[in-house]
Design a protein around this ligand. Structure first.
Ligand SMILES: [Zn+2]
Length: 227
């Protein structure tokens, strides 16, 4: 073997070594669970959330993810969350392209087209878990707590819908908005069941799980809200 061949061989070995995960490095995104129980998907989301909280999302394989998912999608988790720019579900749950079917609307309250989107995911037999996620300092919920109307007819309609989830609240104190956000998220999840036969049937037959969650802006932590 001459020096040129040795140089090429060294380059190939070095490239191969650099492509390998280092010792102790976990796979990212974490693989979805094999037992396809909705609870197992929630645990995987919590694992991703812990990685996100630690500021340790590598996101080095987006190109490969993009190519691998170009031919189709089958995301096992649907997320209904707020349009707030500080609440990006893929980052929050440490997932990547093709992992989450996300419906975002201010105040995370589903209207007909949002419900249609979730039904689409269920009809295609992707979704095993629906997460309805409210968040800290939600502007839509704060607008609903404000007795004044926010302006346009569409915004008024939105906050009226949110107000229905906490009629005449007597809450006081610093956690008032948080309590309202959680009440609204619970109500939004109940709304899905009440207004969609497809979603209700899937959840009642335990084919699809339904979890209400609350996202903390500062810490990044997602916590389950008991329904
Ligand atoms: Zn919000």
């Amino acid at each position: 073997m001459n020096s040129a061949h040795r140089s090429v061989l060294a380059f190939v070995i070095l490239s191969w070594c650099l492509a390998l995960p280092s010792v102790g490095q976990t796979q990212f995104p974490a693989p979805w669970p094999k037992p396809l129980a909705p609870e197992a998907y929630w645990q995987t989301l919590m694992t991703g959330n812990a990685t996100y909280m630690a500021g340790a999302l590598p996101y080095s394989g987006l190109g490969a993810e993009r190519e691998a998912t170009a031919g189709g999608q089958h995301p096992p988790v649907t997320v209904l969350s707020c349009a707030d720019s500080r609440v990006p579900p893929e980052l929050i749950f440490g997932r990547a392209i093709g992992d989450l079917f996300v419906v975002r609307v201010a105040g995370n309250v589903a209207g007909p087209f949002d419900i249609a989107s979730i039904e689409y995911a269920i009809d295609h037999e992707w979704t095993r878990l629906i997460v309805v996620m409210g968040h800290e300092d939600c502007g839509a919920v704060k607008a609903a707590l404000d007795p004044d109307d926010p302006g346009t007819p569409s915004l008024v309609s939105l906050v009226q819908r949110i107000r229905e989830s906490f009629l005449l609240p007597t809450w006081t104190g610093p956690d008032r908005v948080e309590r309202a956000v959680k009440a609204n998220a619970r109500s939004s999840a109940a709304y899905l069941l009440a207004h969609s036969t497809v979603i209700r049937k899937a959840v009642l037959e335990h084919h699809v799980g339904l979890i209400v969650a609350y996202y903390n802006l500062k810490s990044g932590k997602v916590e389950e809200v008991k329904q």
